[in-house]
Design a protein around this ligand. Sequence first.
Ligand code: PHE
Length: 391
Amino acid sequence: MLGRKGFAVLAVILIVALLAGCTQQPASKEQSKPAEQPKADKIKIGVVAPLTGDVATFGQSTKNAIELARDQLNAKGGLLGKQVELVFEDDKNDPNETAAAVKKLISQDKVVAIVGSVASKCTLAGAPIAQENKIPMITPTSTNEKVTPIGEYISRACFIDPFQGKVMAKFAGENLKAKAAAMLYDVSNDYSKGLAENFKAAFEAAGGKVVESQTYGKGDQDFHAQLTKIKPTKPDVIFLPDYYNTVGLIAKQVREVGIKSVLLGGDGWDSEDLVKIGGDAVEGGYFSNHYSVEQKNPEAVDFIKAYKDKYGKEPDALAALGYDAVTMLFDAIRRAGKTDGPAVKDAINATKNFKAVSGSITLDANRNPIKSAVVVTIAKGKQKFVTQVNP
Ligand code: PHE
């Protein structure tokens, strides 16, 4: 039962709530509280990416694009009548950090799904935790084939490395008429090692030969010993399946020791910093990628324009795929009509002909999209589209 005092308190609360709801004037902190949307009225999505560290451009592009997608969605009324809130976690391209970030997003932030991470070795560490907790996780960019077999809650917006390795092997053999290839890669990085193996298998199946294979470890900066072994084998091409920061360093040393071979790589080359680090040494190199800024599908045209307007520069593939992964998730939540893990997971896994920036996405039985790749070259310090390769 409410006494007089109780009624008075209730009346005050009511009036304050009404005022806060009706007036345009900024209310004081105390008064504004009742008008704020309660937490449950937002859909929380976690994002894990390397926002700092050795491949920070990957994380920054991913974050930019995902924030753009959120703004566009929320401006149109959000999802299931609610606004979407993003919680970003920086994994610094370190698998231990990814695992901790995924745990935190699930247990503390109570996100309904996660987009991330970028590097395969990181996603491989975070995904088992999402799977165990029945929280759907879509990686925009992790191409290593072992990622999605972790479980049915894990999917991706990108093609996988057995395809990417084939793309570059075919390009080397058919377009560059290469017969002898050398490889230099990071054995401690699942992506680098996996892509090297895939390239070798495809190149040799097509009649070429990998004449020398050299490796290094995490954080190595001096590759002269390995390059001294590669030089006398006179390869037509050298395959460097690593991220832009290391590739830039290797490329410089390749030219320093007088090797003239054409340099080839994969999606990990994609960064505005590749040319800043590698300079002239990466000129004339070729790499496979998920998208090109010269692409003309309407989704890409709209995205490129919106991204440029907001950030003043062209989006790279990390941005395109970050956007694709999060919009694919929005689409799945919309179709699921609710946000509980199993329902969203089922909707994600049923993704079909989703019109994405990087091309149409249909997930196969292993939760991998079947998509085409592009090959780009570095010409006068800029990326230039060379060809598209279909699966
Ligand atoms: N494919 C890389 C990996 O799996 C990540 C990456 C994707 C980097 C796209 C650059 C561009 O580790």
